[in-house]
Design a protein around this ligand. Structure first.
Ligand SMILES: CC(C)(COP(=O)(O)OP(=O)(O)OC[C@H]1O[C@@H](n2cnc3c(N)ncnc32)[C@H](O)[C@@H]1OP(=O)(O)O)[C@@H](O)C(=O)NCCC(=O)NCCS
Length: 145
């Protein structure tokens, strides 16, 4: 059974060893470590028999909660892990009574579908946000309106 737990430094060490090979390479271990050390951030892992299958995190800002990362191990995708991680992030925002939002590359169809299925709505666009070419879609799930 897959369990969602708060990320520990022990989990971080496990992720660090496989981050660039078994996950996507858009984050370095040092960025993830500083996120984990920040009081404003909260990170969770999806674990099965001690193995980390995915992780995700948010930054808790005064006005809303923003998703900074959500990623499933390449070999474990399309099994519902992304949804479990996202549900946990939504719960964190709900308990803080804040809206939750994120930016996603307009070409990232798996992620956009994941968010839409969970009730996120497109609320804006940041033009040429990624690498000076791809647009970012801003998506939000409101609890406060
Ligand atoms: C986006 C990501 C986290 C989804 O994780 P996952 O564990 O495969 O997702 P799930 O199996 O829980 O799927 C949940 C929903 O996401 C959508 N989805 C996931 N993979 C998809 C794909 N390849 N194509 C289309 N939709 C997809 C579907 O709506 C799916 O629901 P369904 O199975 O009922 O159709 C994963 O693809 C990933 O790690 N991508 C790289 C990192 C990334 O881009 N993160 C987002 C940054 S904004």
């Amino acid at each position: 059974m897959v369990k969602i737990e708060e990320m520990t430094f022990e989990d971080f060490e496990k992720i660090k060893a496989i981050l660039t090979t078994e996950f996507d390479e858009f984050w370095t271990p040092s960025i993830l470590k500083s996120e984990l050390e920040s009081k404003l951030s909260k990170y969770v892992v999806a674990k099965q028999d001690g193995n980390i299958l995915g992780f995700a995190g948010v930054i808790m800002l005064p006005d809303d909660v923003e998703i900074t990362n959500i990623v499933t191990k390449k070999t474990e995708r399309k099994k519902g892990i992304g949804k479990l991680l996202l549900d946990k992030l939504i719960q964190i925002a709900f308990e803080l009574e804040k809206d939750i939002s994120l930016e996603v590359n307009e070409k990232n169809i798996p992620a956009i579908n994941l968010y839409k299925n969970a009730g996120f709505k497109e609320v804006g666009i940041r033009k040429k946000y990624y690498n000076g070419s791809d647009n970012a879609i801003i998506m939000t799930k409101n609890f406060t309106i």
